[in-house]
Every structure is written in structure tokens, then in C-alpha cells.
Design a protein around this ligand. Structure first.
Ligand code: ATP
Length: 767
């Protein structure tokens, strides 16, 4: 049965050095309040204030622990997933507001582990506690960047670029489902396996660079856990999907419309987030009664989250924000978006299915049992001899039977070999008795039951044989039908694909904005020329007196402004090992500009070295992981062998069943077992240490990339200003030239033009 559910939205505020007093959180009422002066020039104490209030399912102040976040937001979604309901938790907020911290945190340190690792601990804890439930866990990890999907669970982490990772594509199946082709599905039998997969994915996220070196900010990551749960005796299993989503930074989307977004592809604007906003807006309008198409197919991101938004899924959103004064406008946008998400309604249904594999197994077992019964009735046997302990059992049964005082006592055995053995024992006893009595004829060994001379009983047995034969044929047919069904299922799904619900068409193509340049190669301002010309101009009082335009050349001489920018330019150039010779076209293509900047960036080599070292450490940890797995197998084999040896030796009477008495052979095995266990423990500790190191280096690499990105932003901003200044200055110079050539003619209009250009220069430089 399905039930309707809204998306619960929570707000988490990250700690900051300088929290604004214009923002308040009311934890008891789940409310966030922003008090923003309409006109800050009039001071904060005036009537011109705007109050923005937002309500949430829960708000979490800066001191909230990761444990509390999991308990209040995620735990019941995970519990529902174990019961068979789909679940999604996604984090949304501006860059640096704590999305990744909330979703992933630091999985190596339990206290700062985020929702994803805690989800894994919780699932395996549950499985350990509830022995009556079999839980199969399968994991996928998808990264979406620039509208394309990439598989993060590739074990070979030598991938240097994001594009080296296997691509994931959404495909429609004949029955209208969506499959994510190329996304690996990895079984995780233990908590350690699952955490290791998270680790591999995280490292691929860090190592594989995006073209603009800004993956953490502009890519979306979806950690998918598929749970198949069933009771050991049941044919029915539940299959649910948990999507744990770390969205890209939201800030740019709030500031631009679609047009702006398409135009600013060069600035790396994230269209997927825009399409997500669009889907949410449409769902809102639908919730208000509008009959509207929901554009899920416009992006891979919305396709993957189709079930989570307006579909069959229990969904939670964590809006993350910072209360730094500069971040408040973005934080308000985040809260507004959260409000729109909270209106969306989902329909949640338990995903139950009959598992054909379980039925086949059950039928096979039943069939075997029937065959055994049939064989017994026919006097045949699958086995041709009894084990010695079975003969002993028969002897014991015959003794019990003969010695029983109960006249209704019967001799019960479950196959004809044992029955024969019992008869044989009886015959043997009888012979002995006869020998003792030395007179009685020897009794015939009883015949197999099929030679019974009673015609009624014989007929009954024949009927039973026929019935069982028919039952076997029927079971065989059922098995064939189910096998065919499975084969068909396999044909429409590749093994390596994740099946989503709902129909789709093809993989959407995201429109790329045209970034070709119409500008000429850049020339830096001819400073001396401008100074000289402006001097000539100010020496002409007659013209100056006319005062055609506002703004004064004397109060803010162009030369001074240009000097300031040149000084900043020099400072930025200090970051570079050599000057960058860049054309206008290259400057306007951010990818090429970043590539050139990276080549000359002083710290790039250190970053490269760090990455190299990180990759090596990761390879070592991968090898160590394989070694540890192997070690685990060796230990478990040794354990089995010790148990087996013990059993054999007790049976052979070489040792007593007293566990304190150990044979030399056992002693050797135990010593080997302890040795292998020590090696395992040492390797495990080493791997833990290595993982912590990898974690630390990853963070360092992430920070150094962020720093490079910031330096690049400053540098390109300065270069673009220089370019614009140069264009404006060139125009001023040509006006001066015209002015001096034409003398008195059209002087007024020329001066007007000059002031106009000068104004543009000032505006540009003040930005
Ligand atoms: N609640 C918090 N408590 C402590 N530290 C936090 C918290 N939230 C964020 N941080 C820290 O702030 C920094 C930025 O956080 P994080 O990387 O999670 O931001 P983000 O929103 O994921 O940014 P991006 O969009 O760039 O990926 C990190 O160093 C993180 O450890």
C-alpha cells in the first residue's frame, strides 16, 4: 500500500568566525529568521527593515554533532529502506556551507563521520542484531559533472582526469525503465567492504580532476545503496534504493536566469542544478493543482533523482548555510529553495517482490526430497552404502526397538539402505539366537518393500510412485518457467546497470554556450602614451572650462588608476613562475586560460607531487586491502581445518572431547592460525594508518586546488580588467588623435566622447 509523504527539509548552520547578528535560529520552533535593513546606509536601527522567516522540520545550530544530524535526519530513512521503502537524503547550499561535511564528513574518524558512513554502520549493525533478516548490500557511486555521469567505483585509481573514469549513461529499457549503463554495482558483504568502496569513491573524486579543477564545488555526487532484505524462510524479498546526494554549490544558480546560465558556460555555471530547480518549481505548481509536465528528462541529475522528487521515495533535504554577513543573501536563497522543496509530495510504496531464485532453490530441495522418497519406495537409493556412523545408528535403533517395553513401538528409518541394515541386524541377531537354540530354521532376509506379496498394498505403493513422479515433472516444469523468466530479465538489463523506475528517452544533451571570441589579441595599456595625452589635454583650459560632462579628470587621473591596477597585476604575477603570453581568444576561453595559468602557477608542481604521492599511497593501500582479504581467507580456512582435525581426532579416539586436550597436529595448526592472525592485525593497523594519511593528503590536495582556483579567479579577473581598460584606453587615444588633428572642428562632440570613455574606464576600474 502506498502512502503520501512530503519532503522534510532541515537547516544546518556551519560554524563561522564572524557570525552575523542579523540572523537568528529558533531551535524549538524549527525557525530561521533574517533581519535585513532595506537601506544599510541609514544604519540598522530604522524602520526600513525586511524580516525573512523560514520554517523547517528541524534546525541545527553550529554546535550540532554529526551523530545528532544522523539520528534526527537520516536514521529513520535508513530504517525504512531496510523495510523496503526507497529513500533519498540530499544536501543543498552554497559552496563551503558544509554539504560534504554533512554527507561524508571524515569516515575514518567516527565522531566526525557524516551521513553516508553512518548509514553503512547502521545497516550492518542492524544486520548483526537481527539475525532473522538476511540483508544484501550493493553499492554504486556516481559523479555528475557538466551533465555527464562518471563511475567513481573504478578500482584503478590511476585516472588523472575525470574523463578517464568510465562514463555512465542513462538508457531506456523496452519496459520503460531507466538504467544507468556503465555504473558498477558492487556487492558489500561486510561493513569493511562497504566503507572501502566509499573510500575508493572519495579518492577517485579527489584524484580525478575536472577540466576546471573545481569538482567539489561544481559536481554532484550520488552514493547509492541498494538493499535486498528477506527472512530465511520467506520467498518474498524487499528491494529498496537509498540515494545519498551531495549537490554542487548552489550560489551561482540563484543569481542568474537561464539565459545568463547558457551564456556563462565559460564560467562553469552548473546547468544540472538549474534543471533540478526547474523540476522543483514544476512539482510545486503541480502541487498547487496545475496540470504540468515535469521535465525530469532534461538532465541526468533529475533523471536519477526522479523517484526522490515526486516519486516513490521517502526524501529528506538538508539545507546548509553560513551566517557570515557576506553569505546572508545566499543563505536566504537557500532557505527559499528549501521552502519550495518542502511543498513537494511523494508517494511511498514498499517494494516487495517474490524472488524467483529463492523459489527455484526451494523447489529444487523439494524435488530432491521427492526423488529420495520415490527411490525409497522403489527400493532404490541415491547412495550405495552407509557410513559407519549410520550403521551404528541402525544398530542402536534395532536395540532400542527390541528392548522397548512399549508394544506399539516402531522402527523408524528414512531410507531403504538403513531399512535393509536394520533387517540385516535383526537377521544377524536372529541367527545368533538360532545358533544358540541350534534348532530353528534361519529366517529369510526380508525383501525390499516392492516385492511385498499383498496385492492391495502393492497397488497403493504403485499409485504413490505415480503421484510422486507426476509431482517431480510438475516441479521441473515450474523451474524451467522461472529460469526462462530470469533469462528474459537478464536480456533487458545489463549486469552492470542500475535500474531506475519510470520511462525515459535518451541521454539528454546539455546545450553548450558559444564561447568563441570576437575580440582582437590583447595589448596592454600604453601608460606613457595615456599620461602624455592627458597632460596635453589638461593644458587646454578653454576646452576644460566648457564642462560638458560630470566627473573630473583632475580628481581621478587615469594614470593613477592604471598604476594601481598594474601594482596588483604585479602582485598576482608573483604567483607565476613566468609571465603568461595569452591572446584575447584564450583569455575568454576559461579552460585554455586555466590550463595556461596552471602551467605557470608556481605551486602547481608541489600540487602535482602531492597528487603523485597520494596516488602511490592509494595503490599501496589497494594492494594492502587485497592482501588483507587474502589473509582473512587464510585465517578462516585454518579455523575450519582446526575444527575438522579436532572432529576427526575425537572420532578416531586420538584425543578426548575435552577441549583442553590438544594434539600435536592441532597445536601446530593453532600456532599457524595465531601467526596469520598477527599478520592480519598488523596489516590492518597499517592500512588504517595509510587510510588516515591518504585522507589527510586528500584534504591538503583539495585545499591547494581551492587556493589555485581562487588565485586563478583573481588573475583572470585582473587580466579581463586590463583587457577592457586597454580597449577603452585605445579608444581614448584615438579620440585624442582626432581631436588634435581636427583642431577646432567638432571639438565639443570629441570632448564629450572623451569624457564618456573616461567614465567607462573609471567604472571598469572601480569594479
Ligand atoms: N558543521 C560543521 N562543523 C565543522 N566544520 C564544518 C562544518 N560544516 C563545514 N565545515 C568545514 O567547512 C569546510 C567546507 O565545508 P564543505 O567542504 O563541507 O562545504 P561544501 O558545501 O561541501 O562545499 P563545496 O560546494 O565546495 O563542495 C570544510 O573544511 C569543513 O570541514
Amino acid at each position: 500500500m502506498s502512502k503520501s509523504s512530503v519532503i522534510d527539509v532541515f537547516l544546518r548552520v556551519r560554524p563561522t568566525k564572524n557570525p552575523s547578528n542579523l540572523f537568528k535560529l529558533n531551535k524549538d520552533e524549527g525557525m530561521a529568521e533574517f533581519i535585513i535593513p532595506k537601506n544599510p546606509d541609514q544604519g540598522y536601527i530604522n524602520n526600513q527593515i525586511e524580516k525573512h522567516t523560514f520554517n523547517f522540520a528541524g534546525v541545527f545550530p553550529t554546535d550540532t554533532t554529526q551523530e545528532e544530524i544522523f539520528d534526527k535526519i537520516a536514521k529513520d530513512v535508513v530504517d525504512s529502506a531496510i523495510e523496503g521503502y526507497n529513500g533519498t537524503i540530499f544536501a543543498y547550499g552554497q559552496t563551503g556551507s558544509g554539504k560534504t561535511y554533512s554527507m561524508t564528513g571524515n569516515p575514518e574518524a567516527r565522531s566526525s563521520a557524516g551521513i553516508i558512513p553512518r548509514t553503512l554502520y547502521h545497516i550492518y549493525d542492524y544486520a548483526r542484531r537481527e539475525q532473522e533478516l538476511i540483508i544484501d548490500v550493493t553499492i554504486s557511486y556516481l559523479e555528475i559533472y557538466g551533465g555527464s555521469g562518471y563511475d567513481l567505483l573504478v578500482a584503478d585509481n590511476r585516472s588523472r582526469n575525470l574523463h578517464d573514469l568510465p562514463k555512465v549513461q542513462a538508457m531506456a529499457t523496452a519496459n520503460g525503465q531507466t538504467i544507468l549503463q556503465g555504473l558498477s554495482l558492487k556487492k558489500a558483504q561486510t561493513e569493511e567492504d562497504a566503507l572501502n568502496l566509499l573510500f575508493i569513491g572519495e579518492q577517485n573524486r579527489v584524484i580525478a580532476e575536472t577540466p576546471k579543477n573545481d569538482a567539489s564545488t561544481r559536481s554532484h555526487c550520488i552514493f547509492i545503496v541498494i538493499l535486498e532484505c528477506r527472512k530465511p524462510t520467506s520467498d518474498v524479498k524487499t528491494v529498496s534504493k537509498l540515494c545519498l546526494v551531495d549537490l554542487s554549490g548552489s550560489e551561482r544558480i540563484g543569481k542568474t536566469g537561464v539565459e545568463g546560465i547558457l551564456q556563462r558556460e565559460a564560467t562553469g555555471i552548473n546547468l544540472s542544478l538549474h534543471f533540478l530547480e526547474l523540476v522543483i518549481d514544476c512539482l510545486n505548481r503541480q502541487a498547487n493543482g496545475e496540470n504540468i509536465h515535469i521535465p525530469y528528462r532534461d538532465s541526468l541529475m533529475t533523471l536519477v533523482l526522479k523517484d526522490s522528487l515526486g516519486g516513490n521515495c521517502k526524501t529528506r533535504m538538508i539545507a546548509t548555510m553560513s551566517s557570515e554577513p557576506d553569505d546572508l543573501p545566499e543563505s536566504i536563497c537557500t532557505c527559499r529553495f528549501a521552502g519550495r522543496v518542502a511543498n513537494i509530495k511523494n508517494k511511498v510504496t514498499r517494494n516487495e517482490a517474490v524472488d524467483p531464485f529463492i523459489i527455484i532453490e526451494k523447489l529444487k530441495r523439494e524435488n530432491q526430497q521427492l526423488k529420495a522418497e520415490l527411490a525409497m519406495i522403489k527400493g532404490q537409493s541415491i547412495k550405495d552404502h552407509l557410513e559407519s556412523y549410520e550403521i551404528d545408528e541402525c544398530k542402536k535403533k534395532v536395540d532400542e526397538f527390541l528392548n522397548s517395553d512399549d508394544p506399539a513401538a516402531i522402527l523408524v528409518v528414512n531410507d531403504h539402505l538403513k531399512m535393509n541394515e536394520c533387517f540385516f541386524q535383526l537377521k544377524h541377531m536372529l541367527k545368533n539366537l538360532n545358533k544358540k537354540a541350534s534348532s530353528q530354521p534361519v529366517a529369510q532376509q526380508p525383501q525390499a518393500i516392492t516385492t511385498n506379496n499383498n496385492p492391495v498394498e502393492f497397488q497403493q505403493l504403485n499409485d504413490e510412485v505415480l503421484r510422486l513422479k507426476q509431482l517431480i515433472i510438475q516441479r521441473d516444469n515450474e523451474i524451467m518457467i522461472l529460469l526462462n523468466l530470469i533469462q528474459k530479465g537478464k536480456g533487458s538489463n545489463t549486469n552492470q546497470s542500475l535500474v531506475l523506475q519510470g520511462p525515459i528517452s535518451e541521454q539528454p544533451e546539455i546545450q553548450q554556450a558559444n564561447t568563441s571570441s570576437i575580440l582582437q589579441p590583447i595589448e596592454f595599456p600604453k601608460q606613457a602614451e595615456i599620461d602624455r595625452q592627458s597632460q596635453i589635454f589638461t593644458e587646454k583650459p578653454a576646452v576644460k572650462k566648457q564642462n560638458f560632462m560630470q566627473g573630473s579628470l583632475d580628481s581621478e587621473p587615469t594614470s593613477q588608476i592604471t598604476k594601481t591596477t598594474t601594482a596588483q597585476f604585479k602582485e598576482l604575477n608573483g604567483m607565476l613562475s613566468e609571465p603568461i603570453n595569452i591572446s584575447n581568444d584564450q583569455l575568454l576561453d576559461r579552460n585554455s586560460a586555466l590550463e595556461m595559468f596552471r602551467k605557470s602557477y608556481r605551486k602547481a608542481q608541489a600540487q602535482e607531487d602531492l597528487k603523485q604521492e597520494l596516488q602511490e599511497k592509494m595503490m599501496t593501500s589497494k594492494e594492502l586491502g587485497l592482501f588483507i582479504n587474502n589473509q582473512r581467507n587464510i585465517i578462516s580456512q585454518l579455523k575450519d581445518k582446526i575444527e575438522q582435525t579436532r572432529k576427526e581426532q575425537v572420532l578416531l579416539g586420538l584425543v578426548s572431547s575435552d577441549p583442553n586436550q590438544v594434539s600435536t597436529e592441532e597445536e601446530k595448526l593453532i600456532a599457524e592460525y595465531n601467526k596469520q592472525k598477527d599478520i592480519y592485525k598488523q596489516s590492518f593497523d597499517k592500512l588504517k594508518q595509510l587510510k588516515a594519511e591518504v585522507e589527510r593528503m586528500s584534504t591538503q590536495l583539495k585545499h591547494s586546488r581551492e587556493k589555485m582556483q581562487q588565485d586563478f579567479e583573481k588573475w583572470i579577473d585582473m587580466m579581463l580588467k586590463q583587457r577592457n581598460l586597454n580597449m577603452a584606453a585605445t579608444s581614448v587615444l584615438s579620440d585624442f588623435k582626432n581631436l588634435s588633428q581636427k583642431g577646432g572642428e567638432d571639438v565639443n562632440s570629441m570632448v564629450q566622447q572623451f569624457y564618456k570613455n573616461k567614465e567607462i574606464c573609471n567604472q571598469l576600474l572601480q569594479k
